[in-house]
Design a protein around this ligand. Structure first.
Ligand code: 3HC
Ligand code: NAI
Length: 705
């Protein structure tokens, strides 16, 4: 045995003629500077030691290597660079084998592609997911993957960021062999020794010629047109294609140089900062005090009260996660409707060929409808999704209190109501929590976990565990009108109405919001959700509205005509013959004009930039209020809420990250300027004022919880 490099995240040990190089940098063996140095030293050691005939690269723990260390991006680069390490591996004159037993992603796969042979175990997952972080594979991935697996498949892999199973990677030509089992070291040694016994040569990926360059370039042109359409505004996807074009057209070293320069452009892009913020925020968001303090309660069965839009979606989500579901409705007709709502989802999957009739039957066998609360005596977790009416909900919770066993978790899906008041209707407020799903609940990722005053920590921990099982993105929220998301939405939606009344058309506003990166603008969203829902809320709140506050009546005028959006083929837009894409409606513009005239407003014009400054200032300022009041634990919780539940463009990192990148002093100056027109609406958040005064940003609060 040769000496190991001491105290290193990369250790070497000789087994016979094989130098085993172990990467041990928990949790995922990311390629930080110490790993890069260790790998470079290990290859040099192999090269120098006459007793070494071959090298085996193996990852300790659950991953081979999950990629570059994302935390290093944006900081000064430390040598050696990963391309240099990969070059050293590929240059090695003794065969280098990589054995992949877990994540081999990004730079991790690039290390493997630089090795001369690749062996995979069944649990390996391979991919080049850099695009999801606003990057491109920057250590030869764009040059080596096309040589190994073909131009089209490699480009698609890089553009999608998808992970391949070991089996798929073998079929694609990314690995040479697949072996059963989970002992990477033993399998890798056996494979490497067999290669040495056969005198297997050093085989460099860079030496593989790409066949039929003309056909490859034509494929890339097609992918480019498609990508430009699909990835609206994203920086790195088209750069990936440029790199692959270079792989086809240029010598390897020139391709590598181009890849490097485009990679560095991606690193400098604000999209990289936004996407990496989103990556870490989604991992931080589950770290809440209650989940740290308490273990979740065990739950094996779920009941849902109310089988309408939300109840049915939640039921599907729970069924998909494998739970038995009991649905309680008011009467036999409602039970039938609830069941039909659930069945419709699975029937749709069967029709699309994504589920068999047998699988559908098996799922529905776990579903029971009932009109009797007594059927819930043994259930572990209940989610109420009845009408949004406090008295109706209180009555339901009284029933749940009567029938449910001690320790059952009792949750409400209310959008706005006071969950403390709902909890107070029971004799066990410690078991009552809010689980605010988003519509359609079986598809939308966001789950606001709303924490009332008296709930016990283990119930909060259970809610996070449920989110995990249902594959939702959970965000902890405090009790207030609208929690995190809907409360902030109400404010920027108002800003959009003011812009409309002051001179921007709803179509200009929607276009500006889409231009920023949202899939839809606010007026399109209203048409999709149904204008009647907001109208009912406005009517309910009319009596309590501050008479001094500005109130835009355009939406009311539209609803009074029965124009509720897509479902009535008319709202802010026209949807002739049930079209999904709306057309501008001159009659809506006339209504807007009439409302302006009524208030004596002379319309002015707004550029897209001016529209977005107001829209985003309203969003980020209310986000600051929500953090300041402890409704959101940290700014990152607001960011994750908007990315996962409100179509906020992920590449901008969320509204609070956007504000940091825009600059808090400028944001404050904007709000103060807008306040000159409407001081009641535009009030800088105390948190924004404080941070500007202290020269800090929102992100500084993300690391203190
Ligand atoms: N760098 C730094 N930290 C990383 C990391 C990375 N590449 N990948 C994961 N981590 C951290 C996570 O932040 C988390 O930290 P925490 O425990 O403090 O919250 C921890 O590792 C565990 O991660 P997950 O919670 O995500 O664990 P999972 O088991 O669910 O998933 C994974 C593991 C599939 C590897 C997932 O973490 C993942 O997808 N990681 C990112 C992979 C990636 O994008 N690689 C490409 C990086 S860019 C690159 O390589 C550039 C190159 O081309 C030059
Ligand atoms: P819905 O009107 O589609 O469904 C409500 C269902 O509850 C109906 O099927 C009704 O028969 C049933 N119901 C009413 N009283 C009942 C009772 N006492 N016992 C049993 N069943 C009863 O309403 P929707 O849209 O599903 O909303 C339900 C809840 O979810 C509301 O609190 C709403 O605020 C909330 N929510 C709604 C969202 C949406 O986009 N629709 C999004 C997030 C939350």
């Amino acid at each position: 045995m040769a000496a190991a490099i001491p105290d290193s995240v990369v250790t070497t040990a000789r087994t016979g003629a094989i130098l085993v190089v172990t990467i041990d940098n928990p949790p995922v063996n990311a390629l930080g500077v110490a790993v890069r140095q260790g790998l470079a030293a290990a290859i040099a050691q192999a090269q120098a030691d006459a007793a070494v005939a071959g090298v085996l690269l193996v990852g300790a723990g659950k991953a081979f290597i999950a990629g570059a260390d994302i935390r290093e991006f944006g900081k000064p680069a430390m040598p050696p660079s990963l391309p240099e390490v990969c070059r050293a591996i590929e240059d090695c004159t003794k065969p280098v084998v990589a054995v992949l037993h877990g994540a081999a992603l990004g730079g991790g796969l690039e290390v493997a592609l630089s090795a001369h042979y690749r062996l995979a175990l069944p649990a390996a997952k391979l991919g080049l997911p850099e695009v999801t972080l606003g990057l491109l594979p920057g250590s030869g991935g764009t040059q080596r993957a096309p040589r190994l697996m073909g131009v089209k498949s490699a480009t698609e892999l890089m553009l999608s960021g998808k992970h391949l199973s070991a089996k798929a990677a073998l079929a694609a030509g990314l690995v040479d062999q697949l072996v059963e089992g989970d002992d990477a070291l033993a399998a890798g040694l056996a494979y490497a020794n067999a290669l040495l016994a056969q005198n297997a040569p050093v085989r460099r990926t860079r030496d593989i010629a790409i066949p039929d360059p003309a056909a490859a370039l034509a494929e890339l042109d097609a992918l480019k047109a498609d990508t430009a359409k699909k990835t609206r505004g994203l920086f790195s996807p088209l750069k990936i294609i440029e790199c692959v074009q270079a792989a086809v057209q240029l010598p390897f070293d020139e391709g590598m140089a181009l890849e490097r320069s485009l990679f560095l452009q991606c690193i400098d892009s604000p999209q990289r900062a936004g996407l990496i913020h989103a990556f870490f925020a989604e991992r931080e968001v589950v770290k809440v005090p209650e989940a740290k303090a308490a273990a979740p309660r065990a739950f094996a069965s779920i009941a849902i009260i109310g089988g309408g839009t939300m109840g049915a979606g939640i039921a599907v989500s729970a069924l998909d996660a494998g739970y038995p579901v009991t649905m309680v409705e008011r009467d036999a007709d409602s039970i039938a409707r609830g069941r039909a709502n659930v069945e419709k989802v699975y029937t749709g999957l069967v029709a699309k060929g994504r589920m068999t009739e047998e699988a559908k039957a098996a799922v529905l066998a776990r579903y029971t409808g009932s009109t009797s609360y007594d059927d819930l005596a043994n259930v572990d977790l209940v989610i109420e999704a009845v009408f949004e009416d406090l008295e109706v909900k209180k009555a339901v919770f009284k029933e749940l209190d009567r029938v449910c066993k001690p320790g059952a978790v009792l949750a409400t899906n209310t959008s706005y109501l006071d969950i403390d008041a709902i909890a107070a209707a029971t004799s066990r407020p410690q078991d009552v929590i809010g689980l605010h799903f988003f519509s359609p609940a079986n598809i939308m990722k966001l789950l606001e976990i709303v924490v009332p005053a008296q709930v016990s920590a283990d119930v909060v921990a259970t809610a996070f565990e449920l989110a995990n099982k249902l594959k939702k993105v959970p965000v902890r929220a405090g009790v207030c009108d609208g929690f995190i998301g809907n409360r902030i939405l109400a404010v920027y939606r108002q800003a959009a109405d003011y812009l409309m009344e002051d001179g921007a058309s709803p179509y200009e506003i929607d276009e500006a919001v889409r231009g920023f990166g949202f899939a839809m603008g606010p007026f399109q969203v209203t048409d999709l959700a149904g204008g009647d829902i907001g109208w009912a809320t406005r009517k309910r709140r009319a009596a309590t509205r501050d008479p001094k506050a500005r109130y835009v009546e355009v939406s009311d005028r539209i609803c009074e005509r029965g124009w509720f959006g897509q479902k009535t083929q008319r709202g802010f837009y026209l949807y002739p013959a049930g079209a999904r894409t709306g057309q501008p409606d001159p009659e809506v513009l006339a209504i807007v004009d009439a409302e302006r005239a009524k208030k004596g407003i002379t319309p002015r014009s707004f550029t897209a930039d001016e529209i977005m400054r107001r829209y985003m200032a309203a969003m980020a300022n209310e986000g600051a209020n929500v953090v300041n009041e402890g409704i959101a634990l940290r700014p990152l919780d607001v960011d994750v809420t908007f990315i996962s539940g409100y179509g906020f463009p992920r590449f901008r990192g969320g509204p609070m990250k956007w504000a940091d990148m825009y600059g808090l002093p400028q944001l404050l100056a904007d709000i103060e300027a807008f306040a000159k027109e409407d001081p009641l609406f535009w009030k800088p958040s105390p948190l924004l004022l404080k941070l500007v005064q202290e020269g800090r940003n929102f992100d500084s609060l993300n690391h203190s919880a």
